[in-house]
Write a protein of this length. Structure first.
Length: 267
C-alpha cells in the first residue's frame, strides 16, 4: 500500500508517541523497583503506626523499687543526656553474665523472681500456674518493640517467643561503666524494673547487646520512650555513652522535645 506524504507524517508521529509512552512506562517500572529494593520493602514491613508509646516501670501494690546507684531526676530526657559522660567502649573480652549475679533474683524482695514480676506487670490478664502465686502461665499484650499483639504461654517451646529485655543490655553496660560498680549494684542493674521490658523474642535477639547507635525498636512510636529509658538507666547506674550513641539518642529526642525521663513510680 502506498502512503501519501501527509499520511506518512501522521503515522510517524503516532509511532513516536507510542514509543514515548512505552519509554515512560518502562521508567516508571524501573523507578518502582528501585524504590522497593531500597526503602519500599521496609515500608511494606512497617509495624502498626499506633503501637505502644511507653511501657510501665512499677505496678502499685506488689512491686517495689530497686535501689540504684542514684535516683533518676525528673525532667527532660535531653537535658539528662547532656549530663552523661561521653567515652569510648571499654573492652568486653572479660565480660561474663555472672558478674551481674544469678539471673532473675528477687531483688525487690516481694517474694517473686524478677522475670515473673515483669511478665505479670506487662501482660494483660496474666494467669498463674496452679501451684504458685508468682509463676506466670500466660497472658496477652501489645508488644512495644514491634507493635504487634502477642500471646505468652509458659512452656519449653513457647516461652522464648516472649522474652524479658534489658533496655540497656548487660554487655553494653559492662563496656560503659558497669565494671566499676559493686557486685550488689550490678545485681540491681540486672533486675531493676526500670531496665526491663517484656518483648518479642526475635526482636530481642535482633537487638542483642546493641546500643541506640546500632539498634532501635521497629515500632517508631516507642523510640522516644525507649531512648529516654536508656538514658534514665545509664544515669541511675553512672554509665556512659559513646559519641555515636549520644548522637543517635539526640536525633530521636529531637523528634519529641517534651520527652521526660523515666522514673520508677508505680502507676
Amino acid at each position: 500500500m502506498t502512503l501519501t506524504w501527509p499520511e506518512f507524517r501522521r503515522e510517524r508521529r503516532r509511532s513516536r508517541q507510542a514509543w514515548a509512552l512505552l519509554a515512560a512506562a518502562a521508567l516508571a517500572v524501573v523507578a518502582g523497583l528501585g524504590w522497593f529494593f531500597t526503602a519500599g520493602q521496609f515500608a511494606v514491613a512497617e509495624p502498626p503506626t499506633d503501637g505502644p508509646r511507653e511501657a510501665p516501670v512499677l505496678a502499685a501494690g506488689w512491686m517495689n523499687p530497686v535501689p540504684a546507684v542514684r535516683p533518676v531526676p525528673r525532667g527532660p530526657a535531653a537535658a539528662l543526656l547532656d549530663t552523661l559522660p561521653v567515652k569510648g567502649r571499654a573492652g568486653r573480652d572479660n565480660y561474663d553474665r555472672s558478674a551481674f549475679g544469678q539471673a532473675w533474683l528477687d531483688v525487690d524482695r516481694n517474694g517473686c523472681d524478677t522475670r515473673n514480676d515483669i511478665l505479670r506487670r506487662d501482660l494483660s490478664g496474666a494467669e498463674f500456674t496452679a501451684d504458685s502465686r508468682c509463676r506466670v502461665a500466660g497472658g496477652t499484650f501489645r508488644e512495644p518493640y514491634t507493635g504487634r499483639q502477642l500471646t505468652f504461654r509458659r512452656g519449653a517451646g513457647s516461652s522464648v517467643d516472649v522474652q524479658i529485655d534489658h533496655v540497656v543490655a548487660l554487655g553494653d553496660a559492662w563496656q560503659k561503666g558497669a565494671q566499676q560498680l559493686t557486685a550488689e549494684q550490678r545485681e540491681s542493674l540486672a533486675n531493676d524494673p526500670l531496665n526491663l521490658i517484656a518483648v518479642d523474642g526475635p526482636a530481642n535477639q535482633d537487638k542483642s547487646a546493641s546500643d541506640a547507635a546500632t539498634w532501635l525498636p521497629p515500632n517508631k512510636a516507642f523510640r522516644c520512650h525507649y531512648v529516654a529509658r536508656q538514658i534514665s538507666v545509664k544515669a541511675a547506674y553512672r554509665l556512659w555513652v559513646t559519641p555515636a550513641e549520644k548522637d543517635a539518642m539526640r536525633r530521636i529526642l529531637d523528634s519529641c522535645p517534651g520527652q521526660q525521663t523515666v522514673v520508677a513510680a508505680a502507676r
